[in-house]
Design a protein around this ligand. Structure first.
Ligand code: MIG
Length: 775
């Protein structure tokens, strides 16, 4: 076997291979002039062994990698110079491509062109690429093998998945050297596990962060915030957090309060906490460039902002007017930022919402000056002056970039900790990642032992370590609700499990049916938040009255009912990097019918969700893979294949997979009140292995072993159920005392034995129910 090989191909491209373990091989590529170490997101160094499974070599300008003798990856180096490298990866006719983070595209990303470059993209359309989050990681998969490709480069990358070459992935990396990781494994699960070892495991959120959240751009005063929060309690609609958008600030200056409308922030926070409601406030990335504004002055004092090539402050217009941008590449800048975050949350603010962090700059000042200087020539002899000015200006804004443009350069300079000047071009996509890191550190500074909650719009590979991601400014549109599924599935397939889209739609006006259907779908998003734009009608759950309010309330309650199951998925994601929301194809890799399905999805391994995605629809076709499924509403058992399932307005079709169980509880008004009892709802024909997990839901004590975990094995032998439990860890005393076992297909059960003891049970509507406790 060959490893640690290196050599030259294509008249000067230098390649070296370094197998890191049995699943990951590192490929270093440069133009022959030496390797230039750039910013890297690689989190945990992988141990170096297991190279025996790899065979890497160079042949005819090609990079060839085999794994366990059979799986082959082939790349050809097409072109290169000191500014870029072009590669072609050969793929098979039946390959699909998954991943690439947040895109307006379906689950299978093949036959498209994408820009890897973070942009403020409120135009959610196929032509509106790129978007806020770009992840240069994709998985090529067919029924025989899957391979993950991760390019550890934070500058611009162009990826063409089948337009230029229909049997290839064409990559154009705008650098003369970069590192690529090839990840192999038996199936996508294994690949995602290695990817998360490379880029970092997802953070574990506090329990309240996985409840329902209410937001609006903006709740304009503390009275309004309290009114909304109290409405939830008065109406008995569960809710865990309320959000303050930019109007809580004084002139949109970050880390300030507008004391006119929010005169007593501390009182507001206490009042919210007294009704078990958390507060999340927005923080934009730009700092108003204003002498005398403390935040600006303090970053300036450490020379902590991005500079122009002339070594002046790099300035751009955002909400507060002209802003400067912290240089998060530097640890002293991150340190100052995290101190501000710490001070801010010490007031009692529970979570931080990071917006505009691509960074979004409406107009960049230097290029604007340049346009103004060139105006005479732009105008002279021009028939449509307005249009040509607008077209010039569109090039100096980092918002709303069209796919044909794809890339807007921010001509600014960073300095790293070694004092080296680094152009923003090289680290653009990592800018928000580093802001997230600094914000996360702020939480640690404020409360050493408390879990952080950050919601971020922009991100890069590795952002899962710090934040949840939402998909930005969607619209109150059925199509946008539908596309949210492949968007979130793809983020999940890119290592980021804690994801959601604005429920109800951000901009434009929602309607009752859309709001209902979106709440039903959102109940299964890992991140569940209702948010709306300043110009859109408001859409809190009660806004359209009955019957919609009750239906929405029930959707939210369904979420709270499922919290023990969802929380277990979060700890699994935290431990292993596995997604919470999963494409059917990763749960059923050998069922080819699933490959492109993205209007259904799995939540964990047990639940299949088939949302209603158009108005007036009261039934839908649902594809059920491979096994039998238990219809949660009709309580019937369905066969695999295509089924027509009823879906009146009150119902979102959901199904429990054969030989799995979900964990439920009685919904409370918030997510962290004790879950008691815990119900194991099992659809069993043979055998189930499952776990119950709990911890205090807010501290990091679980990292020191203070959690509760039990493994359960449930075996069915015709009319008999045998349960064996094994306590794996009980260093935390869970709140629940009672466990209920519900055998959903239990009409003929005659005997239930738990840990060797016979238990009495009742049968209610085909479900056999018994109670037990764990000692
Ligand atoms: O350009 O802060 O995506 O959620 O409400 C608009 C105002 C700026 C964009 C975010 C949106 C937020 C809004 N922000």
């Amino acid at each position: 076997m060959n490893f640690n090989v290196e050599g030259f191909i294509n008249r000067g491209v230098h390649i070296s291979f370094k197998p890191l373990n049995a699943y990951v091989v590192k490929v270093l590529i440069n133009d022959g002039k030496g390797f230039q170490k750039s910013f890297s997101v690689i989190h945990e160094p992988l141990y170096e062994n297991g190279g025996e499974v790899w065979n890497c070599y160079l042949k005819d300008n090609e990079i060839i990698v085999t794994w366990r003798d059979n799986f082959v990856v082939r790349f050809k180096v097409l072109n290169f110079d000191e500014t870029h490298m072009e590669l072609l990866q050969y793929i098979d006719r039946d390959d699909r491509i998954y991943g690439l983070g947040e895109k307006y595209a379906r689950l299978n990303r093949r036959f498209k062109r994408f820009h890897i470059w973070n942009i403020d993209q409120p135009v959610h359309l196929p032509s509106g690429d790129p978007m806020y989050v770009s992840i240069p990681f994709y998985i090529v998969a067919n029924s025989k093998r899957s391979v993950g490709v991760f390019i550890d480069y934070s500058g611009y990358i162009y990826i063409d998945t089948g337009v230029k070459y229909s049997d290839g992935v064409f990559l154009n990396v705008r650098s003369n050297s970069f590192v690529m990781y090839l990840i192999m494994g038996n199936g996508i699960h294994e690949i995602l596990r290695s990817y998360s070892e490379l880029t970092g495991k997802p953070f574990m959120p506090p329990k309240w962060a996985i409840g329902y959240h209410q937001s609006r751009y903006s709740y304009m005063s503390q009275d309004e915030v309290l009114y909304i929060a109290n409405e939830f309690r008065n109406r008995g609609i569960p809710c865990d957090a309320i959000y303050l958008d930019i109007h809580h600030m004084d002139g949109f200056k970050i880390f300030t309060w507008d004391f006119k409308n929010f005169p007593l922030p501390e009182k507001l926070i206490n009042a919210l906490h007294s009704i078990n409601m958390k507060l999340v406030t927005i923080i934009d990335i730009g700092v108003k460039a204003l002498d005398g504004y403390e935040v600006f002055d303090n970053f300036n004092k450490i020379d902590g902002f991005l500079k122009t090539p002339n070594n002046e402050l790099f300035l751009g217009a955002v909400w507060p007017g002209l802003c400067a941008f912290p240089d998060f590449l530097r640890s002293d800048v991150r340190n100052l930022w995290s101190s501000y975050i710490a001070k801010w949350i010490k007031q009692g603010v529970d979570g931080i919402w990071l917006d505009m962090n691509e960074p979004s700059i409406f107009l960049m000042l230097d290029p604007l000056k340049d346009i103004i200087e060139r105006l005479p020539s732009i105008i002279s002899g021009n028939e449509n002056v307005g249009l040509s000015i607008i077209s010039e200006i569109s090039k100096i804004s980092t918002a709303m970039v069209n796919k044909n443009v794809g890339y807007v350069r921010i001509n600014a300079l960073h300095k790293n900790d070694d004092g080296k000047i680094i152009h923003h071009d090289e680290v653009h996509n990592a800018y928000s990642l580093l802001e997230n890191l600094a914000t996360y550190e702020g939480f640690k500074k404020a409360y050493e032992d408390k879990r952080a909650f950050i919601l971020s719009r922009s991100g890069f590979a590795g952002v899962q370590r710090f934040a949840a991601i939402w998909t930005g400014d969607n619209q109150a549109d059925w199509g946008h609700m539908e596309i949210s599924i492949p968007q979130l599935l793809s983020l999940s397939l890119s290592g980021i499990p804690f994801v959601g889209a604005d429920v109800g739609g951000f901009s434009d006006d929602t309607d009752p049916e859309l709001l209902v259907r979106w709440h039903q779908l959102g109940a299964f998003y890992p991140f569940y938040r209702n948010h709306s734009d300043i110009n859109a009608r408001r859409h809190e759950p009660w806004i359209f009255g009955e019957p919609f309010e009750t239906i929405i309330k029930n959707a939210i309650k369904l979420r709270y009912k499922l919290l023990p199951y969802i929380y277990k998925l979060f700890i699994d994601a935290h431990r292993t990097g596995l997604p919470i929301m999963r494409a059917l194809s990763i749960e059923f890799p050998s069922d080819e019918n699933c490959y492109d399905i993205d209007d259904e999805f799995m939540l964990g391994e047990s639940l299949l969700i088939a949302p209603i995605l158009a108005p007036g629809i009261r039934a839908r076709a649902v594809y059920l893979p491979e096994v039998k499924w238990f219809d949660y509403w009709s309580r019937e058992i369905l066969n695999p294949g295509w089924n027509l399932v009823k879906a009146p307005l009150e119902i979102i079709p959901i199904f429990i997979r054969e030989n799995t169980a979900i964990l439920t509880t009685d919904p409370k008004e918030n997510a962290y009140e004790p879950w008691d009892p815990i119900r194991i709802e099992a659809f069993i024909t043979k055998k189930i292995k499952t776990r119950i997990y709990d911890d205090d839901g807010e501290t990091l004590k679980y990292q020191r072993g203070e959690y509760f975990e039990t493994e359960l094995e449930i075996i069915r032998d015709n009319n008999e159920i045998i349960v064996n439990t094994e306590i794996l860890n009980k260093n935390y005393k869970p709140a629940f005392k009672n466990i209920e076992l519900h055998i959903l297909n239990g009409s003929n059960i005659e005997n239930i034995v738990i840990n060797g003891k016979k238990h009495s049970f009742t049968i209610h509507e085909k479900t056999a129910i018994t109670k037990f406790t764990l000692e």
